[in-house]
Write a protein that binds this ligand. Structure first.
Ligand code: SF4
Length: 169
């Protein structure tokens, strides 16, 4: 699996398959944040070939004999189906709708059991998406974003350098 730098995820994503589709943050300027400071670059989108090879590897790891043996030792018949995928990086939702849909189609190809896809998002990442885009993404199982809403106070947002919407990638 490709994992770059420190991988951050919410505690409730402990059972989710973590899939690297982006690394870092498109904004990377908030005054209080050190989350991706271990990276030698600000933001990177993973090549689609890497995303697909990660899914293939996760599929093999999930169903290989060793995994099945561990499952049996835990008293279960088969490995539990993967239902949720969490895309890593600070804000994969900044990607263009077509790119996110392509990622979802690869996820469903390798894990047909997945019915929920989520990621971290900046509140501004949805600004460039139309209602139609959001409906299409919802139908592709994007149904659980984690958004840091620190404050609605404009002065505090400016002081903390929360910034404006970033361009879609
Ligand atoms: S948007 Fe999030 S990850 Fe990016 S710099 Fe701000 S707090 Fe950090």
């Amino acid at each position: 699996m490709h994992y770059t730098g420190t991988i951050w995820r919410p505690p409730y994503e402990a059972d989710s398959l973590l899939l690297e589709v982006t690394v870092g943050c498109t904004h990377h300027k908030c005054k209080f944040c050190t989350l991706y400071s271990d990276l030698p670059f600000k933001f990177r989108m993973s090549p689609i070939e890497d995303i697909e090879s990660n899914l293939l590897e996760a599929q093999v790891l999930h169903t290989n004999p060793y995994s099945k043996m561990l499952t049996r030792l835990q008293g279960k018949e088969n490995p539990e189906l993967i239902q949720r995928v969490f895309l890593t990086g600070a804000n994969p939702f900044v990607l263009k709708t077509e790119k996110l849909l392509e990622i979802a189609s690869f996820i469903h190809k390798y894990f047909p059991s997945v019915n929920s896809i989520g990621c971290f998002a900046r509140i501004t990442d949805s600004v460039n998406k139309t209602d139609e885009d959001l409906i299409r993404l919802r139908h592709a199982d994007y149904n659980g974003l984690t958004i840091g809403v620190e404050t609605g106070d404009d002065a505090a947002l400016a002081f903390m350098r929360k910034g404006k919407a970033d361009k879609e990638l």
